[in-house]
Design a protein around this ligand. Structure first.
Ligand code: UDP
Length: 244
């Protein structure tokens, strides 16, 4: 599966969600391992300073365009991405796929009460879903985690430890975990559990999730300063390319 764009040296998969899901289904059938990373301006900025993170992101099977910043950058750089696939949205799509096709899912991450509550809510929405198991994100013994996953053999593993911790965990352990698809989902278990509210529809419609998050959690301001810095770098890149 190709069709990738590069934004400041970080790859982003330029395929709509339906095509992505078809490819994921193929991987599950052929046990062809692949990981999904969500690409947002904050991660692209981290990757500018951290070459290891950049190559880890670039070597993933799927880099979803998480957030309006990435689609604006794609447009500025004459790419084709005009949509967003958020981490939580991708997870929802995978849960639906698993529910329909009888794939087993595993959850690793967040606080014990959060992951338990998230699974409970998810099972209410997807009654046929096969939950293979879970472990909270404060279990740090990777042998314990890998052994548990290999015992229950899920098809899809969701890892919710925040970035880049979850990407690093998947990178270190993917080859020895018996599962096909691995997604780092950040704070998504908090969203499914209901502890953290998702941005209301009107904010999502206009790509303003970042504004909603800023209003509800002002402490995220520092993280969000990545967005204007990112757009400035993209503009520089655009003019550099234009002048060639
Ligand atoms: N977390 C965890 N183990 C850790 C540190 C964090 O399970 O050692 C969880 C934390 O409980 C939260 C999630 O990781 O559920 C981090 O969410 P955040 O919104 O910071 O992630 P982001 O999507 O912004 O990277």
């Amino acid at each position: 599966m190709t069709s990738k764009e590069s934004i400041l040296g970080v790859k982003v998969t330029a395929l709509p969600i339906d095509t992505l899901l078809e490819d994921i289904e193929r991987r599950i059938h052929s046990r062809d391992k692949g990981r999904i990373v969500a690409i947002n301006p904050e991660k692209i900025m981290m990757a500018q300073k951290d070459g290891n993170l950049a190559s880890l992101l670039n070597q993933s099977a799927y880099q979803i365009p998480d957030g309006v910043g990435v689609s604006i950058a794609s447009k500025l750089l004459k790419g084709s991405i005009r949509w967003r696939i958020t981490g939580v949205g991708m997870m929802e799509n995978l849960l639906q796929l698993a529910n329909e096709k009888n794939h087993k899912v595993f959850f690793y991450g967040a606080k014990e009460e959060t992951v338990v509550k998230a699974i409970d809510k998810i099972q209410q929405s997807y009654p046929n879903l096969q939950v293979a198991g879970y472990i909270n994100g404060y279990e740090k013994d990777e042998e314990v985690i890998v052994d548990r996953i290999n015992e229950v053999k899920p098809d899809i593993v969701f890892v919710a430890l925040g970035s880049p911790r979850q990407e690093l965990f998947i990178d270190r352990n993917m080859s020895r975990m018996s599962a096909a698809i691995f997604q780092g989902v950040g704070g998504s278990f908090d969203v499914f559990s209901g502890n953290v509210k998702r941005a209301p529809y009107i904010f999502r419609k206009f790509g303003l999730e970042w504004l909603y998050r800023l209003i509800s959690q002002p402490s995220r301001l520092k993280r969000q300063l990545a967005l204007p810095k990112f757009l400035l770098l993209v503009l520089k890149e655009k003019f550099r390319k234009g002048n060639k």
